[in-house]
Structure formats: C-alpha cells, structure tokens
Design a protein around this ligand. Sequence first.
Ligand code: SF4
Length: 109
Amino acid sequence: MSRSQAADPVRRRFLGRLLLGASLAPLALLRSSRSQAAELPLLQPSSPAARKLKYVADASQAKAAAKGDSCAGCGLYQGTYGSKQGPCQLFPGKDVLASGWCSSWEPQM
Ligand code: SF4
C-alpha cells in the first residue's frame, strides 16, 4: 500500500467499516441463534388440548407409554437434541417437556 492510498480518507473509512462489520458478524449470528431457541410457554397437562391426548409431563407416569418413550424420542418433537423442552407439532405455540409423553407418540424416522 502506497502512502497516497493509506492517506485516502474514503479508503480508510471503507476499510474501517469492513473491519467493524467483520468483528460484529459473530455477535449477529449469536443473537440470531438465541432468538430461534427462545422457549415457548409450556403446555399445561390440565389444558383441554393436552388432556385430549393424555399428555403428561413425566412419561414414567403414563400407563400407556412404553418404557423409555418420551417426547424427546418422538417424531413430532421439534426441540433440539438434549433440550429439556421444545415445540411439538401437535401443540402449536407451546413447548412440551422432553420428559413428557402423549397418546400420539410416534417413533422418530
Ligand atoms: S406428539 Fe410426541 S412430542 Fe408431542 S406431546 Fe406427544 S409424545 Fe410429546
């Protein structure tokens, strides 16, 4: 880089913005992933929709649940691997507990 290029204010401003953008990009990604992982209100087992499908917060309490079956292993569970709660396709706008279970449980594909 020659002296005349380093002294060019337009070029310096451009390079400054480029560096600022590069340094802020990881923060933007972090913020984005946090907003996607925002938790929804938990489905209450006493709600009519939950009762209709016999949803329980603890799969071990469900007589009809096969041993080891829970929301975490259900094909309709949309929580991330290892999450304690996450969305379920059957209960829009609500999270279910990974430890929960309902009568619509189905194996993951
Ligand atoms: S459909 Fe699956 S993830 Fe949803 S509440 Fe029932 S068992 Fe849990």
